[in-house]
Design a protein around this ligand. Structure first.
Ligand SMILES: [Zn+2]
Length: 398
């Protein structure tokens, strides 16, 4: 199988052993899962299913960022404990993802349960001259790590400009360099805090993933990724902390999934233009939602519209009726379809191409000779290939 690697900016063979390790950056649990989340996690799910089908044991980890400014704000607004809010949102997220047939991950570490390891890691960076503390805060010293920018291929002025819109303040006078980022922050009054050598506080977002990914999976991690809006600064910073902390190479293969838009604009909480997974699953089977997502290549951003959901639902019905009907296709034709299906999937996870093969099988089954009813080779093949795409699953009721 070959897959695009964001760091090398090209499609490269996946070089993995019998056990494949995958880490996808998980949610900050304060909002319902929207189609953008589903597109990212479905991509990792199909990748996992394909690797498993090819004989690998896949170990998948997806973290939960259960302490950050947004969770604390929403918890305050609703008058609930932030961990209660996070747990409730994680339960909903898991339910929504099960509704579109996502396999459970092997581990879903929560940031608040690993703060001690994060403190140890940060202390090591400070000792080794890669980080410095100012009044209870600790910053990563990007000047001490010349490779900063290697993943995103961005120059410093561009990164500085981007960081401004992505939660960082390059003009913070405490920073030695505008690209330095927060490893540890002093908690404000009323905020949760953990003890550290720099005073009570909480970890920065980037260090959480470096610590939890290597803690759960060791290193190098075979495939690490998430939405492509995480390339900079999140993953860029993860690499810097990992390598400066003595973990190199950190990741073999970086996989990033394009954004889903609504009317041409990226879906985001701040704009309020979200399409929620649970609303779609209430209208069509979960497998049809998967077919909607799989009809788009993971590196191509796209715009959701209702008509396309109908197309996916029709496609799903067509597959089911081909599987239940009495049509048959020949052994040679089935073998060719199977080969082409996996060729498409193994070429940078070309799910739209793989769906075309399923369309062709369903078409031939529907117009083929009548043989001995359901259970013929063509129907078994269609069922098996749908399972590789995870599209056999029905929506979870409720
Ligand atoms: Zn992450």
């Amino acid at each position: 199988m070959q897959l695009y690697d964001s760091a090398r900016r090209g499609v490269f063979p996946l070089e993995i052993g019998p056990v494949a390790t995958l880490y996808s950056c998980g949610i900050t649990p304060y909002e319902a899962a929207h189609l953008g989340h589903a597109f990212v996690y479905l991509t990792f799910d199909v990748l996992t299913r394909r690797l498993t089908d090819a004989g690998h044991e896949a170990r998948c980890v997806r973290n939960v960022t259960d302490v950050d400014d947004d969770i604390l704000r929403v918890a305050r607004e609703r008058g609930v404990d932030f961990l209660e809010l996070a747990s409730e949102q994680v339960r909903r997220f898991d339910h929504d993802m099960a509704g579109i047939g996502l396999l459970p991950v092997d581990a879903a570490p929560r940031a608040t349960e690993h703060v001690e390891e994060m403190v140890d890691w940060i202390a090591r960076l400070v000792d080794d001259g890669y980080a410095y503390s100012v009044n209870g805060w600790v910053f990563f010293d990007s000047g001490a790590y010349p490779d900063y920018g290697r993943l995103s291929h961005l120059d410093h002025p561009t990164m500085i400009e981007l960081s401004r819109g992505r939660g960082a303040d390059p003009d913070d006078p405490r920073k030695r360099h505008p690209l330095d980022f927060v490893l540890w922050q002093a908690s404000a009054a009323g905020e949760p805090s953990w003890p550290s050598p720099w005073g009570p506080g909480r970890p920065g977002w980037h260090i959480e993933c470096t610590v939890m990914s290597t803690g759960a999976l060791g290193h190098p991690i075979d495939i690490h990724g998430g939405g492509d809006d995480l390339i900079y600064p999140h993953h860029e910073s993860e690499i810097a902390q990992a390598e400066a902390g003595g973990v190199a190479p950190y990741v073999r293969h970086w996989t990033h999934v394009a954004m889903v838009n609504l009317d041409g604009v990226k879906m985001s909480k701040s704009l309020g233009n979200l399409v929620f997974v649970r609303d779609l699953v209430a209208r069509v089977p979960g497998a049809a939602v998967r077919l909607l997502l799989a009809a788009h290549h993971y590196r191509q951003s796209w715009s959701y519209d209702d008509a396309e959901l109908e197309v996916a639902a029709t496609r799903h019905r067509r597959y089911l009726s081909a599987m239940q009907g009495g049509g048959a296709i020949g052994h040679e034709a089935a073998r060719r379809h199977e080969e082409r299906f996996f060729d498409r999937l193994d070429d940078d996870l070309d799910t739209p191409g793989a769906l075309q093969e399923l369309d062709a099988i369903a078409q031939e089954l529907s117009s083929g000779t009548q043989e001995d009813g359901p259970g013929t080779e063509g129907q078994q093949l269609l069922g098996r290939l749908m399972t590789v795409l995870g599209a056999e699953t029905e929506a979870v009721p409720g």
